[in-house]
Design a protein around this ligand. Structure first.
Ligand code: COA
Ligand code: AMP
Length: 633
């Protein structure tokens, strides 16, 4: 562990020196006054006084320094049978022109723009065009329903919304424009203009006064130059699930973000300029922001934008085809994708049909990497399989096996060790630090390194309350876990109302808010139950109002529809058990943890604070009635 420990210690003992050195890889318009401004904890600011432009660092400087003809982005879309490549010069031209188009619609530094797009190059163009103008983008994942989009429109108050006519999701054709119309109808704030990229797969109707055709806008606009912004100015807002229906608007700054992501490419992922890097995620998630768009481009790599699935587009060999066809060095995806491939091709026969010579590492994140999936991936690929742990809030990994520093021995089930910059500790509920193998709250001692969230958008108080108030001086990750005697972290799962479904972060609290609105429901609880493919799936338990004697199945179907319509299909809400009452403590807290154990078929002990232990038998029976426990069956 010599080299890793050396780098790690330097980052914790002398963070300003460490990150100032890392910041030399970024082109600054004005150098910072202070590497770390810690005058107003827990609000820390990196590189204050500095000025730069993130788009310049991701595109223009590579054109200026000999990478103009290198491919910047490969768009690989099995669902539309398309492969397109853009060099750094071509991509810069498109971004500059689209930025000019946005500028002609009135978008300027500090304005917000919502991007609701499928996985097409134009989504990346739109993000970088905002960055070029110093405008703040907020990308909304395409699997969210209009109601979720409306929440974000009202909070971010975008001047312009950028969208596309539609997408092919697996095999289904999905029209985006009606969803956007519905969201704008639901929202109080109305974007002034809606820019629509018309895809050949489906044509959207445009309203003459508000809607703008993307291609006409891009081709008819003068290219815009990069606008310098402060290092501490926001680059984007990314809404993520919290414990209530109102998502948290995670803010990302410009300076710290560029420095940290650049550093991560070489040190964590072991990639350099010219390498082909593929994050098989979606631009709507943090992995997509950081590792489809910004980090690979900041580093001068070739990034792959894949519009397809691990299976079914057309078969479980899809990932191996992309890797071999484009010479991918690093693939980064979620364990769920591998569980899906393993289910369809348990022996990995598809893998043997492709030449994977250039492929060096598989990185997995987004949910716990279960040891079975780890061993399978390792056996099939015969390459390092790296679990690493991070969150939307941090924007880059908190714990990893840093391939560019030193390859440490793998312990399946652990994302290895804290990444330089992150002082990870395990605390008990009283804030006392715990020793090896003692499970508690996983926290990071402040300050967090560059690139992590400086605050929540328009919600400084919520930022302090959600992350900084439980353990003073520490960022609370809301994950539970422990470290072992070698300092390896083991992240065991969320200790709040957030669940991970197929690597997608969702709030059970938000689902409860929807279910509680059903006219027949008196009370409800939603839990994350174990699922062999998706890691977790939501499971609802409802108590009906007195006098309701409708078929449970009908109510369950209505609830599925409500959650689907209000959150979106990605919530994967399917199962509801009707129970007579919910187990609670004497003070009235619903015992979700105990019910989760029952649903998973794990051993549980009735808590001493329970008001009536007999309820747990009723819950067991009701869950049996809808086929739980599943995972251990
Ligand atoms: N737009 C619209 N709908 C979407 C969508 C999108 N971008 N992404 C998913 N959905 C829909 C799906 O079509 C599905 O709808 P359905 O209920 O009508 O069938 C629903 O949301 C659930 O999607 P998902 O959980 O992805 O299930 P799936 O069965 O379609 O696919 C996997 C399963 C494992 C193949 C898929 O989840 C996967 O590839 N996961 C990788 C994880 C990942 O990329 N995580 C990102 C963080 S790194
Ligand atoms: P998101 O913000 O969507 O990236 O989700 C973050 C959450 O996903 C974390 O708080 C963890 O609960 C979980 N997570 C992400 N990566 C890992 C990992 N490698 N191991 C365990 N949990 C993970």
């Amino acid at each position: 562990m010599g080299r890793y420990l050396d780098v790690y210690r330097k980052s914790i003992e002398a963070p300003e020196e460490f990150w100032a050195k890392a910041a030399e890889s970024i082109d600054w318009v004005r150098k910072w006054d202070k590497v770390l401004d810690d005058s107003d904890p827990p609000f820390y600011r990196w590189f204050s006084g500095g000025e730069l432009n993130t788009c310049y660092n991701a595109l223009d400087r590579h054109v200026a320094r000999g990478r103009a003809d290198q491919v910047a982005l490969i768009y690989d879309s099995p669902v539309t049978n398309t492969i397109q490549k853009f060099t750094y010069r071509e991509f810069t031209d498109r971004v500059a022109r689209f930025a000019g188009g946005l500028r002609s619609l009135g978008v300027k530094k500090g304005d917000t723009v919502i991007i609701y797009m499928p996985m097409i190059p134009e989504a990346v163009v739109a993000m970088l065009a905002c960055a070029r103008l110093g405008a703040v983008h907020s990308v909304v994942f395409g699997g969210f329903a209009p109601n979720e989009l409306a929440l974000r429109i009202d909070h971010a108050e975008p001047k312009v919304l950028v969208t596309a006519s539609g997408a092919i999701e697996g095999k289904k054709l999905l029209e985006y424009k009606p969803l956007v119309e519905k969201a704008i109808e639901l929202s109080r704030h109305k974007p002034e203009r809606v820019v629509v990229f018309q895809r050949p797969i489906v044509k959207a109707a445009l309203s003459a006064d508000r809607d703008v055709d993307w291609m006409a806008l891009e081709s008819g606009s003068e290219p815009a130059d990069c606008v310098p912004v402060k290092a501490t100015d926001p680059l984007y807002i990314l809404y993520t699930s919290g414990t209530t229906g109102m998502p948290k608007g995670v803010v990302r700054d410009n300076g710290g973000h560029a420095v940290a992501l650049f550093w991560s490419m070489e040190n964590i992922y072991d990639v350099r300029a010219g390498d082909v890097y593929w994050a098989a995620s979606d631009v709507g998630w943090v992995v997509g922001h950081s590792y489809i768009v910004y980090a690979p481009l900041l580093r001068g790599c070739t990034t792959v934008l894949y519009e397809g699935k691990p299976i079914g587009t057309p078969d479980p060999g899809a990932f191996w085809r992309v890797i071999s066809q484009h010479g991918v060095k690093v693939l980064f995806t979620a364990p769920t994708a591998f569980r899906a491939i393993k289910k369809e091709d348990p022996e990995g026969t598809f893998c043997q049909n492709y030449d994977l010579t250039d492929f060096k590492y598989l990185f997995l994140a987004g949910e716990r990497l279960d040891p079975d999936t780890y061993h399978w991936a390792r056996r099939i690929l015969k390459r390092p399989v790296i679990d690493h742990w991070w969150q939307t809030e941090t924007g880059w990994p908190i714990a990893a096996n840093c391939m560019g520093i030193e390859q440490l021995p793998v312990k399946p089930g652990s994302p290895t060790v804290p990444v330089p910059g992150y002082d990870v500790r395990i605390l008990d509920p009283n804030g006392k630090e715990l020793g090896p193998h003692e499970e508690g709250s996983v926290v990071v001692k402040l300050p967090l390194p560059p690139g992590t969230l400086p605050t929540l958008y328009k919600a400084n108080e919520r930022f302090v309350e959600a992350y900084m108030s439980v353990f003073k001086g520490y960022y609370m990750t809301s994950d539970g876990g422990y470290k072992d005697e070698d300092g390896y972290a083991f992240i065991m799962g969320r200790i709040d109302d957030v669940i991970n479904v197929a690597g997608h972060r969702l709030s059970t609290g938000a689902m409860e808010e929807i279910i509680a609105k059903h006219p027949d429901v008196a009370e409800c609880a939603v839990l994350g139950a174990e699922d062999t493919l998706k890691g977790q799936i939501p499971l609802g338990l409802i108590v009906l109002k007195a006098g309701v004697n409708r078929e449970a199945g009908d109510i369950a179907t209505e609830l599925v529809k409500m959650v689907r319509e209000q959150i979106g299909p990605i919530a994967c809400y399917k199962d509801t058990a009707v129970v007579k009452r919910l187990p609670k403590t004497r003070s009235g807290k619903i015992l979700r943890g105990t019910m989760r154990k029952i649903a998973d078929g794990s051993e549980y002990r009735a808590p001493s604070t329970i008001d009536d232990p007999a309820i747990l038998d009723e819950i067991t029976e009701a869950l049996k009635g809808i086929g739980y426990p599943k995972a251990h069956a």
